[in-house]
Design a protein around this ligand. Structure first.
Ligand SMILES: [Zn+2]
Ligand SMILES: [Zn+2]
Length: 421
């Protein structure tokens, strides 16, 4: 299927005119076979010195085939210990020819983040060739990188084209696909956080983008057993939903529609300040975070609805705790900078008190943590901290610290102004 990108652009009831940087997306068996045509007389015609970035696994999955189809340089990274970080960027940069005018990212999330970052830095476009339906970041405009230990979201470029070849991504190891399902289900809390923030601070919100995301999530929920069975059509639906989530970020101009409190949990664990390194995939950490946050939203919703939740004045971030955790790894300055200005300073306590019932209403619309846990378990996805490779004893510390990893208002961050009575 070819996604009709026109239908996502133009003036919208939210008051903005939505734009997309990506020019073409195709999700179909044999999508990469279109490469020679695209270089001959299509979108890629202007580029004469393309570079394929992949790792050894994704070279086998699709890189070799791409290089048979077109003439291109190739940098193949070792998959062991490969992360979207400054080390990987330097590894590619040191081998990259100065003539490169186009990057072809052949891989999953990490290869894409490294490619996107480099494309942004070199001022050249890139093409996305996903080898697994494992994350929603393929068409994102930002690169989530670990830079000297700190999780930083860099402005980068979106791909000009996405060639998602079903015969490649539907054959990926199921753990990667399950991780994509997990990343997608994280939209439940991400969207609820967006709505709550809009309600409390008047932050920009778009009904259309939100609706698009919900429909994509629901469509995937309906075909989870078929995705698990590796049925190509169902896997295409997952890929479509993940790409749509990336388009939603482009439409909103930031990652708000796709990333909330559940992603902050994942980011915190990736910073390795309270936990040692975990080999869990991005989506696996997200779904563990999702279940944790859903439980918290249930607890706070019940307290509001039973009249046991009040609003307390905000005394600023928990500096002592931030110092003792992030300080030890030299990340305190970065965290404090991220939290300046503090998103909770935008929250008016009286207004918050008034809208508490509406916030509870937003949380009440979420599927229950039990329901999501059951669904994810059946789909073979991670649902808890153990599955994400993090000691469950760190649960409370994770919930307390994770809202600080991003300057973004979420229900979890707002929880710091609520008192349960
Ligand atoms: Zn809109
Ligand atoms: Zn994600």
């Amino acid at each position: 299927m070819k996604i009709d990108l026109q239908s996502f652009t133009g003036p919208c009831a939210c008051g903005r005119e939505h734009r997309l940087d990506v020019k073409e997306i195709s999700i179909e068996a044999g999508a990469i076979l279109r490469l020679p045509d695209l270089f001959r007389d299509g979108l890629l015609e202007p580029y004469g010195c393309p570079l394929v970035i992949c790792d050894r696994n994704t070279y086998e999955a699709a890189g070799r085939k791409v290089l048979e189809l077109i003439k291109a340089d190739c940098i193949c990274l070792p998959p062991e210990g490969l992360h979207a970080d400054n080390r990987a960027v330097f590894a590619v940069k040191s081998q990259m020819s100065g003539d490169t005018d186009l990057i072809l990212a052949v891989g999953s999330g990490t290869v894409h983040d490294v490619s996107r970052y480099l494309a942004g830095e070199c001022g050249i476009p890139f093409v996305s060739i996903p080898t697994a339906a494992s994350v929603d970041g393929f068409v994102s405009t930002v690169a989530a990188m670990t830079w000297n230990g700190l999780k930083i979201t860099f402005p980068a470029v979106a791909p000009i084209a996405v060639l998602a070849d079903t015969s490649v991504f539907a054959a990926a190891p199921y753990r990667l696909t399950a991780s994509g399902i997990s990343d997608l289900m994280g939209k439940y809390t991400a969207l609820a956080d967006w709505k709550v923030s809009h309600l409390v601070t008047g932050e920009y919100f778009c009904e259309q983008i939100c609706g698009l995301e919900y429909r994509a999530v629901e469509a995937v929920r309906e075909c989870l057993p078929d995705i698990k069975d590796g049925k190509p059509e169902a896997c295409e639906k997952l890929m479509y939903a993940l790409l749509l989530s990336g388009l939603a970020m482009q439409m909103a101009g930031n990652s708000r529609p796709a990333s909330g409190a559940e992603h902050h949990v994942s980011h915190l664990w990736e910073m390795e300040v309270i936990n040692p390194h975990t080999d869990a995939y991005h989506g696996e950490k997200v779904s563990a975070g999702l279940i944790m946050c859903l439980k918290e939203y249930e607890r706070m919703k019940d307290a509001i609805q039973s009249g046991h939740c009040g609003v307390k004045g905000y005394a600023g971030p928990e500096l002592e705790l931030l110092r003792s955790t992030f300080g030890e790894k030299g990340l305190l300055d970065g965290i404090l900078k991220e939290n300046t200005p503090d998103p909770l300073l935008e929250v008016d306590a009286d207004r918050l008190k008034r809208v508490l019932p509406e916030i509870a209403g937003i949380w009440a619309e979420l599927p229950s943590s039990q329901e999501v846990k059951h669904m994810l378990t059946k789909a073979g996805c991670v649902t808890d901290m153990e599955g994400a490779g993090v000691d469950p004893a760190l649960r409370q510390l994770t919930l307390t610290l994770s809202p600080y990893v991003r300057s973004r208002l979420t229900g979890m961050r707002l929880g710091k102004m609520l008192k349960m009575e």
